[in-house]
Design a protein around this ligand. Sequence first.
Ligand code: ZN
Length: 295
Amino acid sequence: MSLLAAAAALAALGAPALRVTLTPSRAPQGGVVQVTVASPSPPLASAVLVDGERRIPLERLDGGRRFAGLMGVDFETKPGERPLVVEGVDAAGVPVTATATLRVVPRKFGVSKLSVDPRFVEPPPEEKERIERDREAFRKAFASPLPARLWEGRFTSPAKAPSQGNFGAKRVYNGQTRSRHAGLDLSAPTGTRVAAPAAGVVVLAGEFYFAGGSVVLNHGGGLMTMYFHLSRIDVKEGDRVAPGQLIGAVGATGRVTGPHLHWAARLGGARVDPAALLTLPARPASPPAGRPPRE
Ligand SMILES: [Zn+2]
């Protein structure tokens, strides 16, 4: 069927044509994709991006004529074509769908060989319980609900510190291969100021076996960022933080070879390169929840 014929068939069904744009449409492993959906007529009440098992709610803009959101590509995603579906519902409750294809391109990740205190490679049995408790605390923080996006504008780096470019690196500790490095290390001496890169809510703040002094921020819209190995924590769980607000200081706590900031990000559960957040364009303020702004 030609495009015109398809459009005519859709018009005959009364289904509006949704236009889905992915920026970029070819994304690296660990990348962040901006998703926009245009619904020229009629406006939609809601729209969700479906990526396999994941459902990513999109933000309603321009009275339902436009939707926007961010999709994370987990760094261990298999390269290749990834079919996506946008599921919308119009004001009358009629479902409207559209499809798009994201091309995930492979990214080269390095290998880091590190020497650390042996207790961080083979933790002593008496620490097992604590490590399990830590895991549970992180699981709980990652599950904290916060559907609406809290941030506006652009993300800024959490510390004045050069990046080691080691996101996703394979890790070999004292000669033993361990899980991949799901964050990015920024080199800075102990005491360097760590600031929130954008507005958010503190969903975890405390001391952990591997991560040391840690803060997890929930920025809403499915985005969380993490700060590990801190020497000092200046916020507590439940605090709302403004962009640039002090949250702690760089340190060398937990499984480390020296002082640095481990910065990590999860978007809809996908582990993404936090550096990708810094290149996102500014985002407008969220429309107030509940009532749509103007029709
Ligand atoms: Zn790290």
